[in-house]
Design a protein around this ligand. Structure first.
Ligand SMILES: Cc1cc2nc3c(=O)[nH]c(=O)nc-3n(C[C@H](O)[C@H](O)[C@H](O)COP(=O)(O)OP(=O)(O)OC[C@H]3O[C@@H](n4cnc5c(N)ncnc54)[C@H](O)[C@@H]3O)c2cc1C
Length: 390
């Protein structure tokens, strides 16, 4: 289908919305992005962008802009919590031949995308909160200030608390996983190398990796907890609470935690993948369709893959509805598999029974020494998938 001149309204200027705006603009659509916030901003936190995400940025001509602001990742290291002893080293150079793997500040990725969107003549309208959407041949977008828009296509890239998702699916309550995550960044006072360290302890783990030319280190620290916690990225917590929860972590983990001056706490909820992704020229994309736990570091990357496939499916279809149907078919199994893998992953890092933990760590140590390619190969289905080549 010819997208030239079709009007598209994207709800949300997050990673998914901006990538979709670019992918559709490049095919000739007239794109407008509606963002509720007063500026395109991002929380001070890091992201791992694996080769399958870089493939999309490369196809959109953004790899160089991103790599100039990112740290190229060399390895993933699994470490025991107590003294930081190395359990397993996964060499990311074994992915050679694929696009690189980067650690990037979320704000830097958003800046790259926003600059490209503006240069491509996409309208980004700030302080425009969408109230609801009415699907149809000309879907209606109703804003909270009462204004209405009637584009040819609406893309709901409005994240976890999407307004479009319940219109297509009704309300489906998520459930609390009894895990909370703290996230922050600290100065790199320990000379943290270009690796992701996973510090594994009983009922808790902490991930650290460098950002911005190695000047800062991103920290995500996860704890299993019985009580309830709110889902949201901006809920401040006391750094001393974080230090207390991880007080028995040694090595680099302890040194990094001593630098924390400001931290956000976030309750981890499991949301089912939306059964219905599209109806009446409206489609969900990214977290609005398939929110995921952070344990595979794939949420933003999946949103970027969605954006590319959405454009490609529309271009190859006879009508918008056909294209949206192809889009869901091409994306739902893969995203559901990633969501399921992320849900299963946390317990592996949290073994609390000491003998079992020692045996599991020994197994990991032997496997990464004897069969490093096989260890990395278990992630091929994620990292070696290039949506721009299908
Ligand atoms: C601790 C943590 C670590 C993570 N680590 C990684 C990682 O390493 N790698 C990775 O790939 N992913 C990671 N993720 C996941 C990733 O951040 C998300 O999956 C990704 O940001 C989703 O992008 P999105 O565009 O779908 O939604 P969002 O980024 O949530 O963007 C939604 C946008 O829509 C706007 N909006 C919402 N409602 C409205 C409305 N009604 N009207 C107008 N605008 C609206 C919002 O203001 C926002 O700008 C992590 C997440 C967390 C919490």
């Amino acid at each position: 289908m010819e997208l030239f001149g079709k009007t598209v309204c994207v709800i949300g200027a997050g990673i998914g919305g901006l990538t979709a705006a670019l992918a559709l603009r490049r095919l000739g659509a007239k794109v407008c992005v509606l963002e509720q916030a007063e500026a395109i901003t991002e929380v001070g936190a890091g992201l791992q962008v694996s080769p399958n995400g870089i493939a999309v940025l490369r196809a959109l001509g953004l790899e160089d802009a991103l790599s100039a602001r990112a740290v190229r990742a060399r390895a993933v290291e699994l470490r025991d919590y107590a003294a930081g002893q190395l359990v397993s080293h996964l060499d990311l150079s074994l992915l050679d031949g694929e696009a690189p793997y980067y650690f990037v500040h979320r704000a830097d990725l958003i800046t790259c995308l926003a600059d490209a969107v503006r240069a491509a003549d996409v309208k980004v309208l700030l302080l425009q909160k969408v109230n609801t959407v009415v699907p149809g041949a000309r879907p209606k977008v109703i804003l909270s200030n009462g204004a209405e828009m009637k584009p040819d296509l609406v893309v709901g890239a409005d994240g976890l608390h999407s307004r479009l998702r319940p219109v297509l699916n009704g309300t489906i309550a998520p459930f609390f996983t009894r895990q909370v995550a703290w996230r922050t960044t600290v100065p790199n006072t320990i000379g943290h190398g270009p690796v992701a360290q996973v510090h594994m302890g009983p009922h808790r783990h902490m991930v650290s990796y460098p950002l911005r030319g190695g000047e800062r280190v991103n920290i995500v620290a996860v704890q299993e907890q019985v009580g309830w916690s709110e889902e949201g990225w901006q809920i401040a917590d006391d750094p001393d609470t974080l230090r207390r929860v991880f007080a028995d972590f040694g090595g680099d983990a302890r040194a990094l935690l001593s630098e924390v001056t400001d931290v956000r706490k976030w309750g981890l909820f499991r949301h089912p993948v939306a059964p219905v992704w599209h109806k009446g020229n409206c489609a969900l994309l990214g977290d609005s369709a398939h929110p995921t736990l952070p344990f595979m570091a794939q949420g933003a990357v999946m949103a970027m893959e969605d954006a590319w496939v959405l454009g490609d499916a529309l271009q190859k279809a006879a009508t918008i509805e056909d294209g949206l149907s192809q889009y869901q078919t091409r994306r739902e199994m893969r995203t559901a598999r990633v969501v399921a893998a992320a849900s299963k992953n946390a317990w592996k890092y949290h073994l609390s029974n000491t003998p079992i933990r020692k045996i599991a760590h020994l197994g990991l140590r032997v496997a990464s020494a004897v069969a490093p390619k096989k260890m990395m190969g278990q992630f091929d289905w994620i990292y070696r998938h290039d949506v721009t080549q299908s």
